[in-house]
Design a protein around this ligand. Structure first.
Ligand code: LRH
Ligand code: MN
Length: 401
């Protein structure tokens, strides 16, 4: 089906507004508990990660910000202002600030959910420092994910842990500056395998409400049981004005953190459809932080990131083809098949010409992935970083035990 001129206009306008944040950790060597396989071109430090993000933004035109993970990206004593300059040098900005409340030994039995008050206090201090860091690097998003939970029945008092979370989130919210948003991410399991303190959207919703008006829910697409209807959760959070953002990735089984759309592109299309439908109803696009959260354990990392961004643009554009006024009429007249057919036809419409037209109009390569490969950037980075890793004595891949 060839898009009509009005559909093409709607799609081009959607592309103008669509931005997606790349994760700094997507450029670094990552693995599973069974090992980490090193890549020569993997980023070694924050400068490499920002340089790689700059390459992605230069070629795609829609990734101006980079999500940072506080303990993975900021060296002790590193001046936030220097990090802002570094990002600017590479043509990007620092995006969401991700505190790390799972790595340090004292978080064995949790952070905000830890039975020991001094550990909860230490966790709160790290979040407050991350909020202040966000203010110093002029980022308006602090993205909270908690590995907190228990592994065995009876191990923890689930109501005490709930109340400790409410107290700590309220205290953190009080430190926010105007315009700063606290994102609360949920996850059903891993690393906790009996009860995770913030396990689903309802718990994240209640925690965000308990924290305060600048707190919203973050939907990581990999943090759902396979049978869950994620776009329905999105539709509800939108209706409650509690949808703060997404961590996009894909999965076949659990939190596999594979590249977006590699397993179920129609899933992401249905999510984007709910967002376009909400915007059509409200007459304006909701303020949502579109972010990628993937670990590129074996794919070349910059290629995987560009592939992900192109897939996100393609699915967002396809979903923008749906005529919401016409769909509302079909829905009101119970024209079930025709209503579904509108989404299916949009999903199966080739929007490459629209994407190439948008890229041309913005001085971008028609095919960012091909342009990246032609640039030789990853090959050159591989050679330079291999030598630097050797000089720094950085060793072999980590093993689980
Ligand atoms: C947890 C998670 C969280 C990040 C981490 C890298 O699974 O999705 O968002 O902090 O991955
Ligand atoms: Mn995530």
């Amino acid at each position: 089906m060839k898009p009509t001129p009005s559909q093409t206009r709607a799609a081009l306008e959607a592309l103008d507004a669509f931005q997606i944040e790349v994760p700094s950790w997507g450029f670094a060597d990552t693995g599973t508990r069974f090992g980490k396989y090193l890549q020569d071109a993997a980023a070694i430090d924050l400068n490499d990660k920002l340089a790689d993000a700059g390459q992605v933004h230069r070629l795609t035109g829609c990734c101006p910000t980079v999500a940072v993970h506080v303990l993975w990206d900021f060296q002790p004593g590193q001046k936030p202002a220097d990090v802002v300059k570094l990002a600017k040098k590479h043509g990007v900005r620092i995006g969401s600030i991700n505190p790390n409340l799972f790595q340090d030994q004292h978080y064995k039995y949790g952070s905000f959910g830890n039975p020991r008050a001094e550990v909860r206090e230490a966790a709160l201090q790290h979040v407050v420092e991350s909020i202040e860091l966000g203010q110093q690097v002029r980022s308006d998003l602090v993205s909270l994910w908690f590995a907190d939970g228990t592994n065995y029945p009876g191990q923890g008092n689930l109501r005490d842990r709930k109340r400790w979370f409410e107290q700590c989130l309220k205290a953190a919210h009080r430190k926010l500056a105007r315009g700063q948003t606290l994102l609360v991410e949920y996850k059903p399991f891993e690393p906790a395998f009996y009860a995770t303190d913030i396990a689903d959207w309802g718990m994240a919703f209640l925690m965000a409400k308990a924290a305060g008006p600048q707190a919203k829910v973050l939907v990581d697409t990999g943090h759902h049981y396979v049978a869950q209807n994620i776009e329905q959760i999105v539709a509800w959070l939108l209706d409650e004005d509690m949808l703060g953002g997404f961590h996009f990735n894909d999965r076949r089984y659990a939190d596999d953190d594979l590249t977006l759309g590699s397993i179920d592109p129609y899933q992401i299309f249905r999510i984007f459809h709910e967002i376009h439908a909400y915007a059509a109803e409200r007459g304006k696009a909701p303020k949502i932080a579109y972010m990628i959260d993937q670990s590129h354990n074996d794919k070349p990392k910059i290629e995987a990131t560009i592939q992900t961004v192109m897939m996100a643009q393609e699915l967002y554009t396809k979903a923008a083809l749906v005529d919401h006024a016409k769909l509302a009429v079909l829905q009101s007249r119970e024209r079930q098949v025709d209503a579904e057919e509108m989404l299916r036809r949009a999903f199966f419409t080739d929007v490459t010409p629209i994407l190439q037209r948008w890229r041309k109009a913005n001085g971008l390569p028609a095919d960012p992935l091909a342009a990246h490969r032609k640039s030789g950037y990853e090959k050159a980075a591989g050679a330079e970083r291999k030598a630097r890793r050797k000089a720094l004595g950085l060793g072999a891949g980590g093993s689980y035990a």
